[in-house]
Unconditional design. Sequence first.
Length: 324
Amino acid sequence: MALKLSDYKTPVHNDWCPGCGDFGILNAIQMTLADMSLDPSSVALFSGVGCSSKMPHYVNTYGIHTLHGRGLPFAIGAKLANPNLEVIAVGGDGDGFGIGAGHFVNTGRRNLNFTYIIHDNGVYGLTKGQASPTLKRGLKPKSLSVPNPNESINPITLALASGYTFIGRGYAYEVKHLKDLIRRGIEHKGSAFIDILQPCPTYNDINTKEWYGGEDRIDHDTGNRRPRVYHLEDEKYDPIVKPPGKPSELNKKISQAVSKSFEWGDKIPIGVFYQNETIETYEARITQRLPTYMEIPPALQPICTPSGKPLTLLTDIFDELSAT
Ligand code: SF4
Ligand code: MG
């Protein structure tokens, strides 16, 4: 039976502020799952702590709302135990690039086949708008008493340096574009990272929907606004590194992604910045050591005999590994 958008909604009351960009991201995730007809029982959505981390409550899949900055360890643990599960992790910029930054970097090194979505609004919304690691230096949204004295991190270049093999950026109010981007991330074989520009109308009165939409930039000739956000696809930007992945090709794709990632202000690109199809997944690396891994991963293995004798003694597992 074909699945409908309503199959991915829950009756849980949503307490995000009116106009929050999180709603666009929620819609895009639900639309992606419906578009791909993914069985809700085959998808697990993990989150950390923050406004955006309430996402699993609102999406009808398995939902695991974990600890601040710790969504990734839970997500990749589940994916390792059951590689047949479609694993998506979500969280905020404070959650993922503050306390969770170490997990972000070390997850990228593995290229596990999963998707990580960050709601990037420049503030810690749930705790009243403190500056997050992506707030640009010198900005003073209404929640701060003084301008931010810290440099911001660049999520795209951090993801590149960490080894993510699919790196994209979306915008919360371009839901159809975002849906296509998330779908491409899920379909990519490897670790996909998607940074989503997400206005927080309650605490960040600088990077607003109006600002991204260019409402302060009216073209004198036409009277039309000139949006800051534009699509990489419109420039015929090609992010893909295809096999065999020649070093010259790789260098070119990395350089163009870095260059695009620093565009900000009057021109803000969204779309796929980088996609490397030449790096083997972590699942493939494990299968080289344990050939039965994909057929009988840990989640499908019996944990005890019919009489109750445990089969998960670590000593036995280590003995088996050292014999291979
Ligand atoms: Fe959204 Fe900001 Fe409200 Fe949090 S505080 S729900 S990010 S508008
Ligand atoms: Mg935030």
